[in-house]
Design a protein around this ligand. Sequence first.
Ligand SMILES: NC(=O)c1ccc[n+]([C@@H]2O[C@H](COP(=O)([O-])OP(=O)(O)OC[C@H]3O[C@@H](n4cnc5c(N)ncnc54)[C@H](OP(=O)(O)O)[C@@H]3O)[C@@H](O)[C@H]2O)c1
Length: 289
Amino acid sequence: MTASTSSGTVRPARLVVTGAGGQLGQELLRRAPDAHALGRRDLDITDAAAVAAAIEPGDVVINCAAFTAVDRAESEVAAAFAGNETGPAVLAAACARVGARLIQLSTDYVFAGVHDRPYETIDPTGPVSVYGQSKLAGEQAVLKLAPDAHVVRTAWVYAGRGSDFVATMVRLERERDTVNVVDDQLGAPTYAADLAAGLLELAGRPDAPRVLHATNAGEATWFDLARAVFEGVGADPARVRPCDSSAFPRPARRPAYSVLSHRAWDDAGLTPLRPWRVALEDALSRLSD
Ligand SMILES: NC(=O)c1ccc[n+]([C@@H]2O[C@H](COP(=O)([O-])OP(=O)(O)OC[C@H]3O[C@@H](n4cnc5c(N)ncnc54)[C@H](OP(=O)(O)O)[C@@H]3O)[C@@H](O)[C@H]2O)c1
């Protein structure tokens, strides 16, 4: 990754991570500790003047900032669109103005979830939630405003920390005899560390297609993932019981099927992310790190 300065000299491009305090931002910084980290307190991505001041020519900006509370988005529509559409649009315009490159994260929830085969990058979108609609609006703004930008859709991201799904299952395994987990949504669980590695590879590949999908390989329901977590920590997976989404009514609808095809990623010669079960084993083995 290099960038030309106004004096014509070539320097390594600066990697900038916005939303650096979040799950993916933290994982990127673990892998790229020299990156210029901008957490929410350092940079609100909806603040055009602050964004313009923060971005330099030649930067590669990985935008991990987003309004990610899927259920809250249903009632906090303006906040969801501010974080997921306005913010990325502001970043994209600033990057285009100075010759920086933006990598914008998006989601499997831009799709309606009615397929029975993995969604290609060019398949029609049709979000069924406010969160999905706001992320799609962000994608469209970025692609329109920044000709060099990439949009990377990912899904079901966990690091095994805090209150993410994997960390929650590890905790519930200790606290409960049995756990009911929904078995009627199919997606691709994705280890944040693997996604971070893929994004860093993409940072050096300005030639890659503009819209890409990056998730661990394979597919699973939340129930499959929960059982794999129990197995991974040496517990009896039969303690995880399947149930329907109707058992856990939530404000936002989720797509029933949101597996993403990696064809564009693979065709670009980017390193495929490993199968989700292998990644999960690795994640669980690092929990005590
Ligand atoms: N996690 C998943 O399962 C998943 C799945 C598909 C796609 N994605 C996408 O992947 C990306 C990273 O997600 P993540 O899991 O790392 O989310 P996360 O842990 O919720 O991190 C998002 C970060 O963005 C910050 N933020 C929110 N609004 C901001 C603003 N206006 N300016 C600056 N920072 C702001 C948040 O700060 P506060 O905490 O202070 O609000 C938080 O630190 C997002 O684009 C998300 O849509 C995630």
